[in-house]
Design a protein around this ligand. Structure first.
Ligand code: AGP
Length: 608
């Protein structure tokens, strides 16, 4: 999704902005642009496609000056063509704006401005901001921005520069993330701290309806009514190595291989040996409220929603509290039955997904208890939750979520143990699960060593057009996640189903050209899964089965088996998903797809 970086200071503004844009690439984009104030004039350059295209265009250009803004665009209003790329400028080219979000009343504002004689140069909603700010500008940029934003409906994270006031950048936020990053005699504004991490770890996340005026050596934060807001500078613990590839060909592969460590980090310091329970500091703020919870709703999107489904099984199993899992995009527009004894758990890697945030806010109005489970420290979901649990998975750059998923499942298990022990989960059962959880990272390592076998399977199947993924119980959501991974990065049509549902429809698709990935680990539904495999084989389907080491029965039936170590059923998704992530990766690679930045997708979906 769109990305913003702005810089003011004595550094090389062009290089700093382009490097920042490259760090934002992983979010998904279709065009980019840069605007720098140079001797009282704004030089603006845009390009469609990769940042390298923008670099080509500006390579010969000198861009001195010490203030500039830049943007990666992921088209919402207007197709991905040059005129729609950001920054957008006013008619006199003295104001430039970059914007993430959607101006919902842009058509109304556009008509109004057109009547006043403004000629629009793009199809975007953003351009109205440049003209509005220009019309409101009477020498004070922040005042012009403030007065313009009062006329705007919708969401925005914006950074604005003006050639008449070249010693500042004005930024404002409502609904789209924006962070001020504080350096030494230099200041940044960004929508994503990866863009500025190389320069500083000191950040000030802005809240909705806040504005920042940044200058090389100072900043002011105010609200939209011009009232100063006192904010603390936070220090982030991520470092630059964490957002680089570290020798791997792709971020996704690096992140798949990081899972032994990321799962360990998600549980580190969170086990209470004496009580055989979990110790989750972020839940202390809830006091006794969690004891009174009668219903839990997990709300999320995409991969996080799949992790939520596994969480549902875990919490109901261990804690006997009813759980529903809702797509956040549906939940926010329903009229769900909620009260102060309902706990809403918003699960999100980025902590910025617009639908998940909106669902959370909807539940807040209805007095429910709000818990956030997310990866990005200081993200909107983290800030707006009553309390919550961080994943500690480290930055996830690949658009296809991998390590965040296994960390979400780990954290949801810790939460299920917490609720379980508050209810009637026995100490011995809880201890058994915790002891087994500790073995998971090394079991994941064992599976990762089998990568070459999975690569060979990818070579056999990469040219298929369809895939089916089947699983039961705890591994039904894993089947959904396996299918999502494949379709996201290889563009192969893939469906996940509960294995027994197959005969209610999808079985019609099965023939010799249909590979079916079946999760067939030896758990309570093992025999049922064997029947499902027989049904596929009877119709000449090709079966790739994920089984436990030592399995002999399925080896005789399936075309291929991927063996993984045995674990408890409740923990099995943490292992079964690994071969499916690798299979998707290697198939996508064979098909020549851009694994880290798949077409049309964005890492963090900050618009509706
Ligand atoms: C995962 O591979 C996807 N790219 C996507 O489904 C993602 O999980 C979803 O957009 C939710 O994002 P979040 O976890 O950051 O809220």
């Amino acid at each position: 999704m769109c990305g913003i970086i702005g810089y003011i200071g004595k550094g090389n503004v062009k290089d700093i902005l382009v490097e920042g844009l490259k760090r934002l690439e992983y979010r998904g984009y279709d065009s980019s642009g840069i605007a720098v104030i140079n001797r009282g004039r704004i030089t603006c350059t845009k390009a469609v496609g990769n940042i390298s295209k923008l670099e080509e265009k500006i390579s010969g250009k000198k861009m001195p000056g010490n203030v500039g803004i830049a943007h990666t665009r992921w088209a919402t209003h207007g197709s991905p063509i040059l005129k729609n790329a950001h920054p957008h400028m006013d008619i006199r080219n003295r104001i430039a704006v970059v914007h993430n979000g959607i101006i919902e009343n842009f058509q109304y504002l556009r008509n109004k401005l057109t009547k006043k004689g403004v000629r629009f140069r793009s199809d975007t909603d953003t351009e109205v901001l440049a003209h509005l700010i220009s019309q409101n500008f009477k020498g004070n940029l922040s005042e012009a921005v403030r007065n313009s934003l009062k006329q705007v409906e919708g969401t925005y994270g914006i950074a604005v520069i003006c050639s008449d006031t070249p010693n500042e950048i004005v930024a404002a936020k409502k609904g789209s993330p924006l962070i001020v990053a504080v350096g030494k005699d230099e200041m940044f504004v960004t929508s994503d701290l990866s863009a500025t991490l190389r320069h500083t770890k000191k950040i000030i996340p802005l809240e909705d309806n806040e504005m920042a005026i940044i200058r090389p050596d100072n900043y002011e934060i105010k609200d939209i009514e011009n009232v100063p807001v006192l904010k603390k500078i936070e220090e982030v613990s991520w470092n630059i190595d964490m957002i680089e590839k570290g020798g791997y060909r792709h971020f996704m592969l690096k992140e798949i291989h990081e899972q032994p460590e990321s799962i360990t980090n998600s549980m580190r310091g969170r086990i209470d040996e004496a009580l055989s329970s979990s110790r989750l500091g972020g839940l202390l703020v809830f006091g006794n409220k969690l004891k009174k919870v009668e219903k839990i709703i997990i709300s999320a999107c995409g991969t996080s929603w799949h992790a939520g489904l596994i969480g549902e099984y875990m919490i109901e199993d261990l804690a006997r509290i009813p759980v529903e899992v809702e797509y956040a995009s549906e939940f926010r527009y329903r009229n769900p039955i909620l009260n102060e004894k309902t706990l809403i758990i918003a699960v999100s890697q980025s902590g910025e997904t617009a639908d998940t945030l909106a669902a959370m806010r909807e539940a807040k109005i209805k007095n429910s208890i709000i818990m956030g489970i997310c990866n990005v420290v200081g993200s909107s979901i983290a800030r707006e939750s009553d309390g919550g649990i961080y994943l500690h998975a480290g930055p996830e750059i690949g658009v296809a979520s991998t390590k965040a998923f296994t960390s979400q499942v780990t954290v949801l298990l810790l939460l299920a143990l917490h609720f379980g022990r508050m209810n009637d989960l026995s100490k011995s059962k809880s201890k058994e699960i915790i002891d087994e959880l500790r073995t998971i990272p090394s079991k994941v390592e064992t599976i990762l060593k089998e990568e070459n076998k999975i690569k060979k399977l990818a070579e056999l199947y990469f040219n298929k057009n369809n895939f089916l993924y089947l699983g039961r119980g705890y591994n039904f959501p894993t089947a959904l996640e396996g299918a999502l991974k494949l379709k996201e990065i290889s563009y192969i049509h893939a469906e996940g189903y509960p294995a027994a549902e197959m005969k209610h429809g999808p079985i019609a698709l099965i023939d010799k050209d249909m590979p079916v990935v079946v999760i067939a680990t030896s758990d309570t539904v093992y025999d049922k899964i064997i029947s499902n495999i027989q049904e596929i084989k009877a119709r000449n389907g090709k079966v790739i089965a994920v089984v436990n080491k030592g399995d002999t029965k399925i080896k005789k039936l399936a075309d291929h088996v991927i063996s993984i170590p045995k674990t408890m059923e409740i923990l099995s998704p943490l292992l079964t998903i690994i071969p499916m992530q690798l299979l998707a990766y290697h198939i996508a690679l064979k098909r020549g797809c851009n694994v880290d930045q798949p077409r049309n997708l964005a890492k963090s979906v900050t618009v509706e």
